[in-house]
Design a protein around this ligand. Sequence first.
Ligand SMILES: [Zn+2]
Length: 366
Amino acid sequence: MPKDIALGSAHAAPGQLTYGRWHAFDHPTGTPEELPVIIAQGASDGPTFWLTANIHGPELTGIAVIHDLVSAELAKRLRGTLVCIPSLNPAGFRIRERQPYFDPQDPNRLFPDRPKSGKPDDEPSFPSMQEQVWARLFEEIKTSADYLIDLHNASIQSIPFTIRDKVFYEADEERAAAEDLQRRTGELAQALGLPVTFEFKRKRYLQMKLHRSTSGAALNLARIPALTAELAAPQIIVPEVVQAAVNGLHNCLVTVGMLDEPLREVRTPQFDSDYPVRRESHPRSPAAGIARPRVRPGDFVRAGDVIAALTDIYGRPVGDGAIRTEQDGWILSISNGIGVYPNSIICGMAVRDDEPLVMKWDDAKE
Ligand SMILES: [Zn+2]
C-alpha cells in the first residue's frame, strides 16, 4: 500500500488525483492565504516526489508544466506519490511581482537556515511571517519528500537550464553521505535532461542565501536530492519549453522508480562540455549607458569576445563601445532592459567550475 500522505486539505488516495489547499497564514483583513495542492498517488508504494512552482510571481511556466504532467491517468500508472504545489506565491502571482505584497524580501531566500552551532544568540530573532510559513512547509517537506524539483523562469532571453547546489556537511564523518547525496542529485539532474550548471561560487552562494532557497534547503537541510529548473522566459508560456520540462520530469519519475515506462526525448539546447560549470553573473557593465547584446542565449563565448555594445543615450560609444567577457562559457540568460549602471549584470553565464561538489560548511565561511 502507498504511504498515507496529506498536505493541508489534500489527502492522498491510492490510484487517484486529489486536490486541496494548505493554509499558509491569515491576512490582517481576515481572509486566509492558502497554497493550492495537487496529489497524484499510485496504487502501489514508492517514493514521494515534490514538485513546486511560481515562488516568484511572474514565473509561470511551472504552473503549466504541472497542469500538463499531472492527471488522473498518471495517478493510475504511478508508484508512490507526486505532491504538487503549482503556486508557492499566490500573492506575487496576483500582482505579477517576484515578491509577495506583504514582504519585500525574495521568498526564495527565506527557507530555514542551517542550525546555528552551539552558542545561544545574544539577540532574539524575529522571523518574518514568510519565514514562519516556510518553516512550517519545510517540516512537511522533511516529513514526506524523497525528491524535490522547484520550477522557475530566468530572464525573457534565456535557455532552459537546471541549477544544482553544492552539498555542504558539518563533520568529517558526514562526508561519504554528502557525496552520495550529490551523486543521487546528479542522477536526477541528468534525468531532467536540461543543461546543468552548478550554483554560484560558494562565497556568493552563501552571501545570497541560496542555501535558503526551496531546493537549497531541501538538499542541504532535508538532505534529499533537489534541483531548481529554470524554464526560460517568465510572464509567458512557451509550448516547446513546457513540453521539454514535462518530458524531463517524466524521465525523473522513471529514473527514481515511480514509472516503468520508456524515457522521452527532451528537446533543448545543451552545453557541449566535458567539465562541470557553475553560474556566474558576468560580464558586468563598466559604466552607465545603453547596453545592446551581441550574443544569444545558448551561445558559447570566449574570453575577450564582445557580449554587448555600450553607448550613451545619443548612440555614441562609451569607452571603446564594447562590454567583453573575461571568461569562456555559455550564455544562460541576458538581463532584461538596456539601461545599465556600473556593475549592472549583462548576462548569466555558465563558466568552468573549479570548486568541489561537496564542501564543509565551516570551510565555506571565509
Ligand atoms: Zn525564480
